[in-house]
Ligand binder design. Structure first.
Ligand SMILES: [Zn+2]
Length: 114
């Protein structure tokens, strides 16, 4: 398998998520435990480091630029300051990591938006 096309799952803090204790997926930096798979963050392949047995969930690299959460936060903050509604597409959910903000402009509030 060519792992060049894959990249590590990252914690919000930027740390690499891996199974370092053969039990839980944790962040290497902040030690936060992450749910991986059905209930948690999606992954595409598992990479095992044969030397130490650590397991890393990897995701396939996308060709488009992946926005970092901080950029999204900046935009949200600017919108809040300017009183502009924020609508996040579902493709942002992995980066955002919490419930998406989906607000419509007043003019659209009573229309169905697809
Ligand atoms: Zn972390």
């Amino acid at each position: 398998m060519n792992y060049k096309n894959y990249t590590h799952l990252k914690c919000e803090c930027g740390g690499i998520i891996g199974m370092y204790d053969k039990e839980h997926f944790t962040c290497e930096k902040c030690k936060k435990v992450h749910l991986i798979g059905n209930q948690g963050t999606k992954w595409d392949v598992l990479l095992t480091n044969e030397k130490n047995g650590w397991i890393f969930p990897m995701i396939r690299r996308k060709n488009k630029v992946i926005p970092e959460r901080m950029w999204v936060e900046d935009i949200v903050n600017e919108c809040r300051k300017a009183n502009i509604p924020v609508f996040m597409k579902s493709s942002l959910s992995d980066i955002w990591g919490e419930e998406l903000i989906q607000e419509y402009p007043d003019e659209l509030n009573h229309k169905k938006v697809n």
